[in-house]
Structures are given as C-alpha cells and as structure tokens.
Design a binder for this molecule. Structure first.
Ligand SMILES: NC(=O)c1ccc[n+]([C@@H]2O[C@H](COP(=O)([O-])OP(=O)(O)OC[C@H]3O[C@@H](n4cnc5c(N)ncnc54)[C@H](OP(=O)(O)O)[C@@H]3O)[C@@H](O)[C@H]2O)c1
Length: 298
C-alpha cells in the first residue's frame, strides 16, 4: 500500500484540491469532513486522479474536541502516517461557541489541529520521514497578539479573531518543528494566499468582520478582500502540496510556505517566545489530549 496522507476539511475548497494533488502524487488519501454526501462526491473526484491506494472519507466535526479525539483514535489504528495536512479553518461573522463551550474561531483554527497533531505524533514518527502541514493565513497580520485566554479582550471581529487563532497555530507549528527536530517528522505551515471558496464567499461580505477602524474604510477593505480571494482553489492549494511533498524541502523544517509555493518569512509574533509560551499553555489547558476541555470560555 502506498504512503498514507490525511487532509482535514478535504472534501471541498482548498482541502479538496490539496487531497487531489497528494493523490495524484501516489499517496493513499483520507479526507475528513462533516457531510457524508459531500465526502462521497470528493472521494469520486480524488479517485479520478489518484495513482496510489483507495481514497477514503472519514466523518468528523472538527469543531468538537471529542470528535477530534475520536478521529485521531480511528486514524491511529490504521497504521503509520506519512503526511498530515491540517487544512481545517473557518471564520465566523458572529461570535459562536462550540459544543465544548469554546469560542469557535480559536477551537476550529487552532485547538482542533493542535489536538489532532499531538494525538497522531506516534503514527507520524512511525511513518517517518513524514510531514505535518498546518494551513495558515495572511489574516495573522491583523491579529491581536495576546494569549492569556481563549478570547482576547475587546469586541468580537471575526476576521481579526480568525487571524489571532491562525497566529496561535503558526506559533505552535514553528515550535513543534523545533520539538520534533531530528525525529524524522518535519513541520511546515502553508499560506494559501486566497481563493474563492465557501469560507470566503460566505463570510467576507459584511463590515462586521473587521474592527471599527477598518470599518471606516470598508469599501477599500472589501475590494482588497475581493481581489485577494478571487482566485481558484487549485492555485491556493499549491503551498500545502509543496509543503507536503516537495523533495527540495527534505531535511528542512519549521518553514512557512507562501502563496507562491516558496518559503517566506514567518508572520510577526509567531516566533516571539512569550507568545509561544502563552499559546502552548492555553492549548494544553483548553484541549487536553485525553478527557475533556476545561470549557473556560474566557
Ligand atoms: N479561502 C481563502 O481565501 C483562504 C485564505 C487564507 C487561508 N485559508 C485557509 O485555508 C483552509 C481551507 O479554506 P477554504 O477556503 O478551502 O475553506 P472552506 O471552503 O470552508 O472548506 C470547506 C471544507 O471544510 C470542511 N469543514 C468546514 N468546517 C468543518 C468542521 N467543523 N469539521 C470538519 N470539516 C469542516 C468542509 O466539510 P463539510 O462540507 O462536510 O462541512 C469542506 O471539506 C482553511 O484553513 C482556511 O483558514 C483560506
């Protein structure tokens, strides 16, 4: 059987294109999503280009930490893993909490990929040399860089809170790369740039997603959003595919692969030791590897 790869949120948007890219390169791909019907359609599309083993769909709502734990157990039981692409991400126009009582942007964009990665590390070590790819975002540039609690002080602005969760995940990713140095598991972040997907089509149209300062310039901001998210998902998937497979990255780790599918400097704050320490503390507290989250919304 060919090497196994898992792509979360791999049944639509950038994740589906990433899964197709990996399958075309000979990986046996498992895609994760919530909706079984969408999963079946995605499996058929991926199978058309696959050159490795049979494509599979596994259902899990990655907004639930228990569902992440269940998914990890399921995937771990299937044996060694060569590639894990944590592609799941979401922006919420209105403040929402998950079933665990955790603010949804932080849960979906950071805690869920953090938890899945930690729970699959043994399987990734067993599959080594192997790679972890965490999907990032340029929204990090507007993130509030404070991680004392899941929710930052001040009002809820979906785009900024999304960026802050992505900053947490990038800080975790770059730290993990160091932690796993010389273990055979290398770790990358991938910034897709932008693409027209369900996420961007559904959430980038309301001035409510940005802070009051940016709202004053909403027509300009909206045009910038429209321009940056106009491209096709297959182009946005290049950074993840390169991060997961490019032989030129063999032996390298801890890199952010940019929208042009080349290494770029990491976003500000992501290597700040204070931010890294706060993110790690918050992640361990909010998403324990076994058992239940503290469900401390604050
Ligand atoms: N699009 C952009 O311009 C852009 C820019 C920068 C970064 N990104 C990042 O790129 C990644 C992919 O974004 P995208 O635009 O392709 O998103 P998308 O279109 O919303 O992704 C759709 C996929 O996400 C799955 N999904 C959504 N919520 C889920 C959940 N709670 N549990 C399991 N699966 C879930 C969907 O499955 P179901 O249909 O079953 O729900 C589907 O497979 C994200 O990490 C995003 O933050 C995107």
């Amino acid at each position: 059987m060919s090497a196994r790869a898992v792509v979360t949120a791999g049944t639509g948007g950038i994740g589906l294109e990433t899964a197709m890219g990996l399958a075309a390169r000979g990986f046996t791909v498992t895609v994760v999503g919530r909706n079984a019907e969408r999963g079946a359609i995605a499996v058929d599309r991926i199978a058309e280009v696959a050159t490795g083993g049979p494509t599979r769909f596994v259902a899990a709502d990655l907004a639930s930490l228990d569902a992440v734990r269940g998914l990890a157990a399921h995937l771990a039981a299937e044996g060694p893993l060569k590639v894990l692409v944590n592609n799941v991400g979401a922006m919420f126009a209105e403040r929402q909490r998950t079933v665990d009582g955790i603010e949804a942007s932080f849960a979906v964009n950071h805690l869920s990929p953090y938890l899945l990665t930690e729970l699959l590390l043994d399987r990734l070590r067993a599959g080594g040399p192997s790679r972890i790819v965490n999907v990032s975002s340029g929204a990090i540039k507007v993130a509030k860089r404070t991680f004392d609690a899941v929710e930052p002080p001040g009002g809820y602005y979906g785009f900024h809170w999304y960026g802050r969760a992505k900053l947490a995940n990038l800080a975790y990713t770059l730290d993990l790369a160091e932690r796993l140095r010389d273990t055979g598991v290398t770790v990358f972040a991938a910034d897709p740039g932008g693409a027209a997907t369900d996420m961007t089509n559904g959430t980038m149209t309301s001035p409510k997603i940005v802070s009051p300062g940016l709202r004053l310039m909403w027509p300009l901001v909206r045009r910038a959003f429209e321009r940056s998210t106009a491209g096709p998902a297959f182009l946005a998937a290049r950074s993840s595919i390169v991060a997961a497979t490019d032989p030129a990255l063999d032996g390298r780790t801890g890199l952010l692969i940019g929208p042009e599918a080349l290494p770029v400097p990491a976003f500000r704050g992501s290597t700040d030791p204070r931010i890294v320490a706060d993110v790690l503390r918050l992640s361990r507290r909010s998403a324990p590897l076994h058992g239940h989250a503290d469900a401390q919304p604050g």
